[in-house]
Design a binder for this molecule. Structure first.
Ligand code: AMP
Length: 145
């Protein structure tokens, strides 16, 4: 099967570029579309935390944070020479959910993550890689870090 739509899940760790290089290589080999996603975990989403009662509804997530994340993801795309790729910054209750929702919505057929990022050094697979693998509607490549 030829992959047609690959999603590179980028965190902002030092290894992100290496994971991205692999995603790019595979996309090139298959002639697949390649997009990047970064998830901002937002614990307030879905909690029904009474935000509607506040006089001024806070921006969730914070606009400045969104802006910084967009810039950082753009910088990764630039360094990887992936200017043609769409860059998605989304907020979700968990990184896993953000990645999987986007994968389903856009008909992604391969998700590329790092085996470890910031959370997972003590684990065999980092927490995100593990969670994504278990819920994915498609293949998942965990690039060894
Ligand atoms: P970790 O769960 O921190 O071990 O991260 C493992 C891998 O999950 C990373 O190498 C990234 O590919 C991906 N990842 C972690 N955090 C995010 C995030 N906030 N947005 C997108 N991908 C992420």
């Amino acid at each position: 099967m030829a992959y047609q739509h690959i999603l590179f899940a980028a965190d902002f760790s030092d290894e992100a570029l290496r994971v991205g290089e692999r995603a790019k290589d595979i996309a090139r080999q298959y002639g697949a579309q390649l997009n990047l996603i970064h998830v901002i975990e937002d614990v307030n989403i879905g909690l029904g935390g009474g935000y509607e009662l506040l006089p001024v509804l806070p921006d969730l997530p914070d606009q400045a944070l969104l802006e910084e994340a967009r810039k950082a993801l753009g910088e990764i795309a630039r360094r990887l020479d992936m200017e043609g790729a769409e860059q998605w910054v989304v907020s979700a209750l968990s990184t896993k959910e953000g990645i999987l929702d986007a994968a389903r919505e856009h008909g992604v057929d391969l998700i590329v993550v790092g085996s470890h990022g910031r959370h997972g050094l003590a684990l065999l697979l980092g927490s995100t890689a593990n969670a994504v693998l278990h819920g994915a509607p498609c293949d998942v490549l965990a690039v060894r870090i």
